[in-house]
Ligand binder design. Structure first.
Ligand code: PMP
Ligand code: GLN
Length: 378
């Protein structure tokens, strides 16, 4: 086969979760909660099914859900998006990202991404004939290197992809970062694709700054979010995008032939459940407690924490334990210690290895303490 993506294997999240299952290891690799969402969400969704809401919804998503999203976005970020023309419900963030890339990137176009880079972006860019060019989040603080972005911008640059709060690093963009980004794209036709799926999971009194909190960026950005992260339902695969009408029009041209629409009863259930804002406003405190609990379990171990300002991932250095490359270390940890993690080198195009692995702490306390007990022993 003449592969379009010869260098792409199976995603690390599948590889590590499969290995964890094979070895009976505690799975702190792929990011998903091991606890349930609230019954009220299931009840609202089942009610929708029983009330016959089981056929195609409108292409852009159920109006009640788009209105609920618009109200949330306005109250949190002060930006108004018209539910009719500027909000679209998607089959998770992954489809939203892929569709946005397909809608705007032409063969030969360049897309600037930051390494370490979430693993779905570059294969999507290459599938549609674009080329990823890499700026950096600088180790060990993972601050964006804007000078490298300025050097990379060219007449071929079609898009810049940012991800804040950032997976896997837990770093956050600041107001200065957004001002610099706005300066870089001013007077160009570059589209900003902003992956903000962890928007509600920010710690230590920090604040998520959406690109739409600036009018100049809001006018040229597509923002992606996911209910999977916010409501502990990663398997439902429902998310949404925001974008100014002209951008959204292009997005929907592809979306309608990519998935057309997204699961009706789950959209109805989420719309009803969203009416109570405490359900997303409480998420930061909930996960901050998980982060601190997980860190406490690792006290006395030889892992060294990197800062974790957001998301449900903790990066750790393991220099004091092993000099194995991170992929081999993650495999050894899974097989021999019984705790699965994600090696961070997979998020670099050149496999850069700082000997850092990622643990997911979206887990019950009992899971985290069992993992801690194993990790303290090595
Ligand atoms: N972007 C980032 C940064 C993510 O971490 C994830 C999921 N973990 C996604 C996108 C995909 O989200 P979804 O499951 O809604 O497709
Ligand atoms: N985004 C999740 C993570 O970072 C996994 C999603 C997936 O498995 N594709 O672990």
């Amino acid at each position: 086969i003449d592969s379009k993506l010869p260098w792409v294997g199976t995603t690390i999240f599948t590889v590590m979760s499969r290995l964890a299952t094979e070895c009976g290891a505690i799975n702190l690799s792929q990011g998903f909660p091991d606890f349930s969402a609230e019954p009220a969400l299931f009840e609202a969704t089942m009610r929708a099914m029983q009330n016959g809401r089981n056929q195609y919804p409108p292409m852009a998503g159920l109006p009640e859900l788009r209105h609920a999203i618009g109200a949330k976005v306005e109250s949190l970020y002060g930006a108004r998006f018209d539910p009719e023309s500027e909000i679209t419900v998607t089959a998770g963030a992954t489809q939203a990202l892929f569709t946005a890339i397909a809608a705007f990137v032409r063969p030969g176009d360049e897309v600037i991404v930051f390494a370490p880079v979430y693993d779905s972006y570059v294969p999507a860019i290459e599938t549609v004939g674009g080329r990823a060019v890499y700026a950096s989040l600088l180790f060990p603080d993972y601050r964006p290197d804007w000078e490298s972005v300025r050097r990379l911008v060219s007449p071929r640059t079609r898009m810049i992809i940012v991800n804040t709060p950032n997976n896997p690093t837990g770093s956050l963009m600041t107001a200065d970062d957004l001002a610099t980004l706005a300066d870089i794209v001013r007077d160009t036709d570059i589209v900003v694709l902003s992956d903000e799926v962890y928007e509600h999971i920010v710690f230590d009194g920090g604040k998520h700054l959406s690109v739409i909190s600036r009018e100049d960026l809001a006018a040229r950005s597509i923002v992606v979010s996911s209910f999977g992260k916010t409501y502990h339902i990663t398997g439902w695969k429902i998310g949404y995008v925001l974008g100014a009408a002209a951008l959204m029009n292009e997005f929907r041209k592809v979306h309608q032939f990519n998935v057309f629409t997204v699961n009706t009863p789950c959209q109805a259930g989420i719309a009803e459940y969203m009416a109570d804002p405490s359900r997303y406003l409480g998420l930061a405190a909930f996960y901050e407690q998980k982060r601190d609990f997980f860190r406490a379990q690792l006290q006395g171990s030889r892992f060294e924490f990197l800062p974790c300002r957001s998301t449900y991932f903790q990066l750790v250095r393991y220099d004091a334990i092993s000099d194995l490359p991170d992929r081999e270390f993650a495999e050894w940890l899974t097989r021999e210690v019984g705790v699965a993690a994600i090696p961070v080198s997979v998020f670099y195009p050149d496999g850069r290895d700082d000997r850092v692995v990622r643990f997911c702490f979206a887990k019950q306390d009992s899971t985290l303490s069992a993992a801690g007990e194993r990790l303290r022993r090595i």
